[in-house]
Design a protein around this ligand. Structure first.
Ligand code: NAD
Length: 356
């Protein structure tokens, strides 16, 4: 396989950093990471590869057209992998503005930057160019029947400002493919979990709250069902799609691990009980810290992915089951408390400001 240059947006985030570590550690491809470093961007997730000559970092906002143009011209990428986004549903309910800006306007600016650069390429490089847009299963909305699955043909019905903004960006990508023939691919993935996830998301929040003896908040009745995928499996899938997927196609990516939120939380608690038995006053088992709170507005009840297409056409399946992945994840958090502490006390951002 020829060596590719990838321009990855949002590479300092949870999934983007996993993709970059995977590419730098396991392939000869090179990466330029384009990230604004919002609260969710953390360069400490990339310290293991930051000095590798195949890696470069550009602190750039994808909404900044002039800077995006400069980055395309300077790095001459073969593949764009677009992950930069505002990604937290609760934040999108508290303040949708940034979601519209980054997820919709930012995707538009990046598409235009890519189109301008791609149009200027020589024929063979133009032919091989790919714009891979990374999206979510939340664009499909809520599943009604217990056996229903999201396929690539499921109509879009987003419920939150986050998923509506992601759905809009998917539509823009399809339009740039259809109208301008930009060679695009889209993937829609289920809930990710694993190392380096920002502690506001469910699994790291539960691990860290339990260790500190804080409440473990569960929205509503906790019966919402999500399909969980280990982040490094997603990272492998993304590179595989970018390199071998068919132009203009969409691929759903999932873990075949449908679980109710309450069962995820109880599983985390029972693994913690074994690995770090509670020394908290009056708490023998961490699950005693579970507290039910009011449900999230517009909360979808069930998401579940049919990942048959990517398995059959691209021969990709996940390596981890939820049982193996969650154990690895908890062990990673227990062994990386400094990373967690630096996020919790904000020092990961101070280091970033010092670098400016
Ligand atoms: P994240 O919030 O951890 O990371 C997002 C990254 O994008 C951060 O590094 C942030 O600094 C950067 N960013 C934000 N706004 C930017 C801007 N205007 N310009 C440049 N960079 C900007 O998100 P994540 O969980 O890693 O998700 C990555 C992508 O995958 C998103 O597009 C998300 O919609 C999608 N996705 C996530 C999941 C999941 O479970 N986390 C599942 C399916 C799809």
């Amino acid at each position: 396989m020829t060596i590719k240059k990838l321009l990855i947006t949002g590479g300092a985030g949870f999934i983007g950093s996993s993709v970059i570590r995977h590419i730098i550690n396991n392939t000869n491809h090179s990466v330029v990471n384009v990230d604004k470093l919002t609260y969710a961007g953390n360069l400490e997730s990339l310290t293991s590869i930051e000095n590798n000559p195949k890696y470069a970092f550009e602190q750039v906002d994808i909404c900044n057209a002039a800077e995006i143009k400069r980055v395309f011209n300077q790095y001459q990428p073969d593949i764009v992998m677009h992950l930069a986004a505002e990604s937290h549903v609760d934040r999108s309910i508290d303040g949708p503005g940034e979601f519209i800006q980054t997820n919709i306007v930012g995707t538009y600016v990046l598409l235009e930057g890519a189109r301008d650069y791609w149009s200027s390429l020589e024929e063979d490089k133009k032919e091989g160019f790919r714009f891979h847009h990374v999206s979510t299963d939340e664009v499909y909305g809520d599943l009604e029947g217990t056996d229903d699955l999201f396929t690539e043909q499921t109509p879009y019905a987003p419920s939150s400002p986050y998923s509506a903004a992601k759905a809009s960006s998917d539509h823009l990508v399809r339009a740039w493919q259809r109208t301008f023939k930009l060679p695009t691919l889209i993937t829609n993935c289920s809930n990710n979990y694993g190392p380096y996830q920002f502690p506001e998301k469910l699994i790291p929040l539960i691990i860290l709250n339990a260790l500190e003896g804080k409440d473990l908040p569960i929205y509503g009745n906790g019966k919402q069902i999500r399909d969980w995928l280990y982040v490094d499996d997603h990272a492998r899938a993304l590179l595989h799609v970018a390199l071998t997927g068919k132009v203009s196609e969409t691929y759903n990516i999932g873990g075949h691990n449908e679980l109710q939120n309450i069962d995820v939380v109880k599983t985390v608690c029972s693994i913690l009980d074994k690995l770090v038995p509670s020394k908290l006053d009056g708490i023998d088992r961490y699950e005693q810290l579970i507290t039910y709170v009011g449900d999230r507005a517009g909360h979808d009840v069930r998401y579940a992915i049919d990942a048959t297409k990517i398995a059959n056409e691209l021969n990709w399946t996940p390596d981890e089951t939820f049982a193996t992945g969650i154990k690895k994840t908890i062990e990673w958090y227990l062994n990386n408390m400094t990373w967690c502490k630096n996020v919790q006390d904000g020092s990961y951002q101070r280091e970033r400001l010092g670098n400016l």
